[in-house]
Design a binder for this molecule. Structure first.
Ligand code: ADP
Length: 161
């Protein structure tokens, strides 16, 4: 049976850090479901459809990766997909505290929930979607931090700013 994991996140937008987690995740799992959390309260820069298109564009048709979106609780989405393992990236101690709390809460809500963590490499440990948005908003150069189609999407979204 194919081993599948869900990779949930905001992906607002996809960064090279996310891509590295996907690539490394595929060494451990046969299939990944990149699941975009649709939380309008977070006031995302990109809508869910746009975020999905950017991810699909960056993956260049890798059939091992499905791109999907969900609303509500991650554990309910896991139940619907019948996939109870998620993969998450760990950058720093600050990620660890939050992820530790989240993983335990999710296991409380769904007893056979499992979270697998991939530690980020030295290339991308400082990259977050939030910082990328901030840099792009102020007209900074984000090439090298995000795939080329995302850099183009940021430019288009933020105009000549
Ligand atoms: P953000 O980049 O804004 O923190 P996401 O919610 O999109 O946000 O992140 C989804 C998952 O990807 C989380 O597990 C997060 O820790 C991980 N992640 C994000 N950026 C990186 C990175 N540069 N290296 C490793 N993991 C990352």
């Amino acid at each position: 049976m194919a081993r599948t994991a869900i990779y949930p996140g905001s992906f607002d937008p996809l960064t090279n850090g996310h891509l590295a987690i996907i690539q490394r995740g595929l060494k451990v799992f046969d299939r990944l479901v990149v699941a975009i959390a649709n939380n309008p309260e977070k006031k995302p820069l990109f809508g869910v459809g746009e975020r999905r298109d950017l991810i699909v564009g960056a993956l260049s048709g890798d059939s091992r990766v499905e791109v999907d979106a969900f609303e509500g609780l991650l554990v309910d989405y896991c139940r619907r997909k019948n996939v109870h393992t998620v993969i998450r990236g760990l950058r720093a101690m600050s990620d660890f505290e939050y992820e530790f709390q989240l993983a335990n809460m999710n296991r409380k809500l769904l007893p056979d929930f499992e979270a697998v963590f991939v530690m980020t490499g030295e290339d991308y440990f400082y990259v977050s979607a939030r910082l990328v948005r901030e840099i792009a908003q102020f007209g900074g150069d984000v090439s090298g931090l995000v795939p080329p189609n995302v850099a183009a999407g940021l430019k288009k979204k933020l105009g000549g700013r």
